[in-house]
Each structure stands twice: as structure tokens, then as C-alpha cells.
Design a protein around this ligand. Structure first.
Ligand code: MYR
Length: 280
């Protein structure tokens, strides 16, 4: 049985890796006024942040059209028997729900939509693992069981420079009054039950980063094999420094660097920094 692995653009898996591992990608869109761009196809993260700086109008985002998903699944049905489609958290986007609808509309291929309950390269961890297993001819059930196993240790914490973006996009799950009190500080954010929640209120970025390190250390100090990723929006130097520091302190952890691209960048703004990981 041949299983195709599909994800959405917000995994931000580099094209080279997607090609190597035969990962199929469906893009989400960023919209400036009347112009819609498919991220990772029509617009890169660098181009996006430059545009945001010069345009007066703030961008919006949209999930892929169901028709595009149906088209992709139908195309895959010519070569594959099944699809595992791993999407960003259903608590922040309708993409996963649309994939379920699209999957029910196609014949000749079994579509298993998987809710990563997260996004970005933390979601990418699932996608890459699934793709490696599919290349070794694992069954969809074996792959899905492994993804559920990964979910028990996969975590991400992040902070943003300006919480107003998340508030404006309505993706921060908390009482408005509480959000107001967060605007003055640097809260650590995380995903709980598929939604973004403030994890702890911290006064400064330095202290927030120290706290994220502590949370990571609670797992990494046990010495088990781990994958970690530092994710940033327009903070490459800081991300490199952080990754080097992690690599030096925890040589047993494989540390990568990734980015918040246009769609996620619309909701987090520039200057966001995060750390994701799972125990292999
Ligand atoms: C849509 O329009 O359907 C896309 C909405 C995307 C919302 C993104 C909210 C921020 C996610 C942060 C992820 C951090 C992962 C480490």
C-alpha cells in the first residue's frame, strides 16, 4: 500500500526536504487588500515581512479552498492508495475541518486527516516522521499510531514582540480583560487543547527566554534522544545564538532552526521567538 503524506504550508518545511521525502504541500494564503498570495509559493517569509513594513494595510490570512484540497487528493489517488494529511491546529484554523470535508468528496483514495494541534516546524516534526515511515512502507495505521505517540512529548513555547497581532486576529484564547493585562508584559504562550493560551506572565523577554529554557531542561536533562527547533520571525541571529547555546548544553539533542512564515507571521508579527521539541 502506498501512502502519500500531505501537509499545509505552515509547517514551513524547506522545499529540498519536501522533495527528498516526497511530502506534498497545500498552501494557506495571506491577503493584502485585493491581492492574495499563496505562502511558500507566491511569497517568501522575507518578502512578506518587507511588504508588511511598507504597506499601510495589515494583511489577513485564509485557509486553502476545499476545491484545492479535493484537486490535490484526486491527483494523489492516481499514484497512492491512502493519504495522511497533517494540518495546523483545528483550534486556530479551519484547514483541518476542510480537509475532512474534501476527503469525503474523493473516491479511490482513503484520506486520513490528522490534527497536529500545533503549527510551524513543531507540526513539521510529525510530517517528517510520517514521510520517513511512508517511505519504508509503513501502513497508515502504524503512522497514525506513531504520531499519537509523538504527541505525548511534543511541546512548543513561544513569545511575541507585540501581542496586538494575536489579539487582532482573534487567535489568543483568553478573556479580553486578561489579554489587556498581558499587553504590557512578555507572556510565554503555548498550545493547550488546540488553542493558544498564555502560559505564564513574565515581565521581560530575557526572563521569558530563561523560563522557556527551564521548561526545556526539565525534559532534556533526562538525557533521552530529542529533536528541538528554534523558530523565529526576522530574528535569525538570536535564533542562531539560542540554537548554539542549546547544542552546547545538550549535545544529545538535535537542534534545528526554522521560521514563522507569512501566515503565522501575520498573527504573531515580527520579533517572535519560540522553542519546540519532542522526545524521539
Ligand atoms: C487561517 O487563516 O486559517 C490561518 C490562521 C493561522 C493562525 C496562526 C496563529 C498563530 C500560531 C502560532 C504557532 C506557533 C507554533 C510554535
Amino acid at each position: 500500500m502506498r501512502t502519500a503524506i500531505v501537509t499545509d504550508s505552515t509547517s514551513y518545511i524547506p522545499l529540498e526536504i519536501r522533495e527528498q521525502l516526497d511530502i506534498h504541500m497545500i498552501p494557506l494564503n495571506v491577503i493584502f487588500g485585493d491581492a492574495s498570495y499563496q505562502e511558500e509559493v507566491d511569497i517568501t517569509a522575507e518578502e512578506f515581512f518587507i511588504k508588511v513594513r511598507v504597506q499601510k494595510e495589515l494583511p489577513k490570512t485564509s485557509q486553502p479552498a476545499i476545491g484545492k484540497m479535493v484537486e490535490k487528493f484526486e491527483q494523489l489517488s492516481k499514484e497512492y492508495d491512502a493519504v495522511i494529511a497533517i494540518f495546523l491546529s483545528s483550534g486556530i484554523s479551519g484547514t483541518y475541518q476542510s480537509a475532512i470535508t474534501a476527503g469525503s468528496m474523493v473516491e479511490n483514495i482513503e484520506v486520513y486527516a490528522y490534527d497536529s494541534e500545533i503549527s510551524c516546524m513543531a507540526q513539521g516534526f510529525y510530517v517528517i516522521e510520517a514521510a520517513k515511515m511512508a517511505q519504508k512502507n509503513a501502513s497508515p495505521q502504524e503512522i497514525l499510531a506513531r504520531l499519537d505517540e509523538m504527541k505525548t512529548t511534543l511541546n512548543a513555547y513561544f513569545m511575541v514582540d507585540d501581542l496586538a497581532h494575536l489579539q487582532r486576529g482573534g487567535r489568543l484564547s483568553s478573556a479580553q480583560a486578561f489579554i489587556g493585562s498581558l499587553l504590557q508584559v512578555k507572556p510565554i504562550l503555548t498550545f493547550v487543547d488546540k488553542q493558544i493560551v498564555p502560559f505564564e506572565k513574565i515581565r521581560t523577554e530575557k526572563k521569558a527566554m530563561k523560563r522557556i529554557f527551564e521548561l526545556f531542561d526539565q525534559v532534556a536533562s533526562k538525557g533521552g534522544k530529542m529533536q528541538a527547533v528554534v523558530i523565529h520571525s526576522s530574528r535569525e541571529e538570536d535564533a542562531k545564538q539560542l540554537a548554539a547555546q542549546l547544542h552546547e548544553t545538550y549535545p544529545h539533542v538535535d537542534v534545528q532552526i526554522s521560521y514563522f512564515g507569512p501566515v503565522i507571521g501575520t498573527h504573531l508579527g515580527e520579533g517572535a521567538l519560540g522553542l519546540g521539541w519532542y522526545v524521539v
